[in-house]
Design a protein around this ligand. Structure first.
Ligand SMILES: [Zn+2]
Length: 466
């Protein structure tokens, strides 16, 4: 892992809309690893390997970071600013900032009234971004004329630090950690023979609405799209695992499950991790992820998408913390996955997540509870095979009893979880009650019972999880 390059990435400013300094680094980096490099009108940088390969896979990491922008300069020379992306205003007072002007960096500070003069109400006051001003030392507006322009981007200064246990702290690991994994993946792929076409995209404007991934995915027309981004770890004081889920630094990249993730791709990634002994963590993403995978998935007629995340502490603060190990393992996972892809892969989710499948059923007994009646003996001990969508059919002879007890075993290693009788005379309420597998279970009869040969239909569905 080339940590010098990572430090360069996080130390190069790239608030959304002002990404080109960092894109220049990425372009130069790709020069040795890509067959072709493109920059589109939006500013996305695309490094391509094996452009004619199949399937076409787009791997995206956003190079933009949160920041601020000069909005107004007062006559006294103080700079008021707006936010670029989701910034926590309570972090601002007492910080150095850098204003990125046409002629270089201007340093400033965001001041605050000393604690000595703070009233109770000052302490309780909600921090709002438009109430803070940057002090550059200018005495009047004129001092900043031709120096600082309205619309100049602002960031916290670089502060890359190595912590214990292979952890790193800096601003903008969201998502320079992802861009780093992307470029390292391309570096590692250089020695590998590829059958897939790989489009590594350093996307722009993710923090302001996933905008770079949207246009680049449209142009690339991928069949598979993977976003590499940071994700919330829950291994530090004050964060609630019950809300965030269990996720720790150093325990491997995070794979997700949920609507934003194609189930075939999800399984392939997990299979790759298991086969290569790469540690990974699993996150439930019940909503659409806030990553480039969101827009990639709904590009054109749809793309099979997934997210590979780097667990991160203190997201959207100037001291985001990540683990080198997680980035290493994310690179390993992506390199293994990309090299394993070949030709046409069917990503259509044919197997539904709750998979119904053929069932074999052995009937042990079918006993009337009261009154005479007997079951057609040919059904006893008979293995009945159920095919998807069809009911098991077995017959009883006439009876005037009100209930039967059916005893059976399921000759299958999967856990049955839905059991349902669809015999028309069976009251609906009973059907609902039997949504659990029980054997023996009782099939209630309608109290009004006519003699004759009766065909009983019992539908038993098995559900396989995972
Ligand atoms: Zn991000």
């Amino acid at each position: 892992m080339d940590l010098d390059f990572l430090e360069k990435l996080v130390s190069t400013p790239s608030p959304s809309g002002f990404e080109q300094p960092v894109q220049e680094l990425v372009r130069n980096r790709f020069k040795n690893f890509a067959d072709e490099i493109k920059t589109d009108v939006h500013g996305n940088v695309i490094g391509i390997r094996n452009p004619e390969g199949e399937p076409r896979i787009m791997i995206a990491a956003h190079c933009d970071e949160i920041g601020f922008m000069v909005k107004h300069i007062t006559d006294e020379g103080y700079i008021y600013f707006g936010q670029i992306g989701g910034v926590d205003a309570s972090l601002l007072p007492g910080h150095h900032v850098e204003i990125h002007t046409a002629n270089g960096i201007i340093s400033g500070v965001i001041g605050k009234k000393p604690i000595h003069f703070m009233e109770e109400e000052d302490k309780r006051k909600k921090h709002e971004i438009h109430t803070f001003a940057i002090d550059t030392g200018a005495r009047k507006k004129k001092d900043l004329d031709g120096v600082v322009s309205i619309g100049d981007p602002i960031t916290f200064p670089p502060g890359f630090r190595v912590l214990k246990n292979s952890l790193l702290a800096s601003r903008s690991f969201d998502d320079k950690a992802g861009v780093f994994v992307l470029t390292e993946m391309m570096r590692k792929l250089i020695k590998r023979k590829l059958r897939a076409g790989v489009f590594a995209v350093s996307t722009v404007q993710e923090e302001v609405g996933l905008r770079g991934a949207r246009t680049s995915a449209y142009a690339i027309k991928p069949e598979v799209g993977i976003a590499i981004d940071v994700d919330f770890s829950s291994d530090y004081p004050g964060i609630d695992k019950k809300r965030v889920g269990e996720e720790s630094l150093g325990k491997g990249p995070v794979l997700h499950r949920g609507a934003n993730i194609n189930p075939v791709l999800e399984k392939l990634l997990i299979k790759t991790a298991k086969e290569k002994n790469i540690p990974y963590q699993l996150s439930g993403s019940p909503r659409i992820t806030g990553t480039d995978a969101n827009v990639m998935q709904i590009t054109r007629a749809g793309v099979a998408t997934a997210v590979v995340s780097i667990p991160t502490r203190y997201m959207h603060t100037p001291i985001e913390v990540v683990s080198i190990r997680d980035m290493e393992n994310a690179v390993k996972l992506l390199v293994s996955f990309v090299t394993s892809l070949s030709g046409k892969v069917n990503f259509t989710p044919q197997e539904i997540r709750y998979q119904h499948f053929n069932l074999k059923l052995r009937i042990h007994s079918f006993q009337p509870e009261n009154g005479p009646g007997k079951m057609d003996s040919s059904s006893i001990g008979k293995i009945i095979t159920r095919h998807r969508g069809y009911n098991n059919v077995f017959q009883t002879q006439s009876s005037n009893c009100h209930a039967y007890t059916l005893s059976f075993s399921i000759i299958h290693r999967f856990r049955p979880s839905v059991l349902n009788s669809t015999e028309p005379a069976v009251p609906r309420a009973y059907t609902a009650e039997n949504h659990k597998c029980r054997s023996p279970f009782t099939i209630a009869r309608s109290p009004v019972w006519t003699a004759g040969t009766f065909t009983y239909c019992v539908q038993i569905e098995l559900i396989k999880y995972g």
